[in-house]
Design a protein around this ligand. Sequence first.
Ligand code: HEM
Length: 326
Amino acid sequence: MTAESPSVSGSQPQPVLSPLTSAAIFLVVTIAPGGEEKTREVLADLRSLERAFGFGVPEAALSCVAGIGSDAWDRLFDHPRPIGLHPFRPLKGSRHSAVATPGDLLLHLRATRLDLCFGLATEIMNRLRGAVILEDEVQGFKYLDARDLLGFVDGTENPVGTAAREAVLIGEEDPGHAGGSYVIVQKYLHDLDAWNALPVEAQEQIIGRTKATNLELDEAASHAKLNTVLGPDGEEQKILRDNMPFGSPGRGEFGTYFIGYARTPEVTERMLRHMFLGTPDATHDRILDFSTAVTGTLFYAPSADFLDHLPALPTSDAKAGVLAAD
Ligand code: HEM
């Protein structure tokens, strides 16, 4: 893509491009009726809360990105919608489904220390008390040398530097939302007993990389190949993933929290269609035979500048219209 860098046009992004960290908390909430004002206050204060908790420990790289769900946009802002914002589109494949689950607000907290994510998340949720309903909360951790719980190094093919900015940040195609980004999350639960019963070579064919050495394999039906998507110009279209393992050994729960940022949701949606509906090379992504998507939501993460200068609340007439349509 050739659009100018959003920072050139003056819109500072939220910290969507922050480096991979060893700890993360993902919070997804819906906004209770009447909770709009409190939610807006937290959005407006987010950067200063992040500074308060992170200032003394810059090496911990504490960051928090907020994403807004499609239904919440018209309740929160009297402002044109980002062109790509819509509810997550569920998919029903012959074997596996990508479910759509509720979410008005995503908070993606990252740091090299879980305690900092925890402190900031606690303060944010205290401020949101009474205004929101918790839909999902996951605490993720870095596992070994950046592996998922399937045992493979996860994140290798993420774009970096300018390529990451261009893949992830909206530019001139939606100038009113320059510096924003679309984000799709899905919580996957793994059947690790079944996965671990597979020979390592079979696992490697499914993922498309070697397990110990993380080298790429030429496997047309692999997860990596199904997620290599090309644009009209033949160029690879990238997203920025920050998947995190999570789980509870005591309860036998093991998962991957998938999070993918992109400049347009279409790229991630194409990847999901390949995984769940298949391609000429594969009926579906076999990673799904061992991993069940139990959530799925699409959000829009506005620029930091947008949060600093929030547009007005919709007028009561507009809100009444939204409520009547519910
Ligand atoms: C690659 C794991 C879900 C998109 C990979 C790799 C692993 C992995 C181990 C190879 C190394 C790398 O480049 O990161 C997982 C697990 C998932 C999951 C455990 C959940 C159960 C998804 C989903 C998407 C996705 C839902 C997109 C909607 C990608 C992409 C690549 C990739 C774009 C890089 C492909 C390439 O250019 O080689 N994933 N993934 N993944 N995954 Fe996933």
